[in-house]
Ligand binder design. Structure first.
Ligand SMILES: O=C(O)CCC(=O)C(=O)O
Ligand SMILES: [Fe+2]
Length: 295
């Protein structure tokens, strides 16, 4: 795998690495998700008996190390899978999405998300829509519309600040002519290519490096029920940790949030404060703030 896409990544805010996994590996990942569903395993994938090898896979790490410019990417347990559950509508996934004055927009947001889409979105709808170059812009209306036309085996990496939407649809006769997801409703279904026949399965992961952005990102995640619930479900097997710890800088936030009352957290996104008057001791106490970049 030749790594020569840093400039493109920095300019567009995303990259698709083709043919990272074999068809057989993809089939096993699908089976791993099916078994997890049956056995009710909904925890960080590094603790999942069927999927724990993915974050430490040499090919995955090679790309993360290259993009993050670090020898040991940070792992904090933001790795999960989704089945038929699509985040529709343009959005970003960073901590402060609406204030251009926030550090998110003044400095690079160094957390990188990735997705392994386990079905064909080259010939079928259902892939990710994104706005190229929008990772540097604090609004969701700007950036050329693109579609992740991934085939099983491809893996996509994108910035948390990029504008994106799940469940993209391609048209039947002109797959390169994309329609804004907010306008799909204006067209008949017959205009679009169908979704793949099999269930839509995606494995998502985030990695970063030890810096102030990481501290902001992790404390932001601690305000959200969806991610805290996954951490609460997570018990790392020592064997997996031992295998991973030479490759990943592991932060076990899962241990910090064990007894937390989920009803006190938020189901939705709330922007992380960034000016001292709001990012005060009371707020910090409420999220169990930690300076992860200093640890
Ligand atoms: O379902 C998808 O493809 C998009 C999910 C999403 O928005 C995300 O993982 O950040
Ligand atoms: Fe998202």
């Amino acid at each position: 795998m030749e790594l020569n896409f840093k400039k493109v990544f920095e300019k567009d805010g995303y990259v698709i690495v083709r043919g990272m996994f074999s068809r057989d590996e993809i089939k096993k990942m699908r089976e791993g998700i099916e078994r997890s569903l049956k056995e009710n395993i909904d925890s960080d994938i590094l603790s999942n008996p069927y999927l724990h090898h993915i974050p430490t896979d040499e090919r995955v790490l090679k790309v993360y190390k290259y993009l993050l410019d670090t020898d040991k990417p940070c792992w904090w347990g933001e790795g999960n899978w989704r089945v038929d559950n699509v985040a529709l509508g343009w959005h970003k996934d960073n901590a402060q999405r609406f204030c251009p004055g926030a550090p998110d927009w003044k400095e690079p947001y160094t957390v990188i998300r990735s997705g392994i889409y386990l079905q064909d979105h080259k010939n079928f709808s259902g892939g990710l829509s994104i706005r190229a170059g929008s990772h540097k812009i604090c609004n969701t209306d700007t950036g050329e519309l693109r579609y992740f036309d991934s085939e099983p085996g491809d893996m996509a990496f994108w910035e948390q600040t990029i504008t994106h939407s799940g469940g993209g649809r391609i048209t039947k006769w002109f797959p390169n002519k994309l329609i804004d997801p907010h306008e799909y409703w204006q067209y008949p279904d017959s205009k679009f290519r169908p979704y793949p026949n099999e269930a839509r399965m995606v494995i998502f992961m985030n990695m970063g490096r030890r810096d102030q952005c990481l501290t902001r990102h992790l404390n932001y995640l601690k305000t959200r029920t969806d991610i805290v619930r996954i951490w609460q479900n997570t018990e790392y097997q020592q064997e997996y940790l031992d295998k991973a710890k030479d490759k990943l800088d592991i932060i076990q936030i899962a241990n910090e949030v064990k007894g937390w009352d989920l009803s006190k957290l938020s189901q939705r996104h709330h922007c992380l404060p960034y000016v001292p008057i709001f990012l005060n001791d009371e707020f910090k106490k409420s999220v169990g703030w930690k300076d992860y970049h200093k640890e």
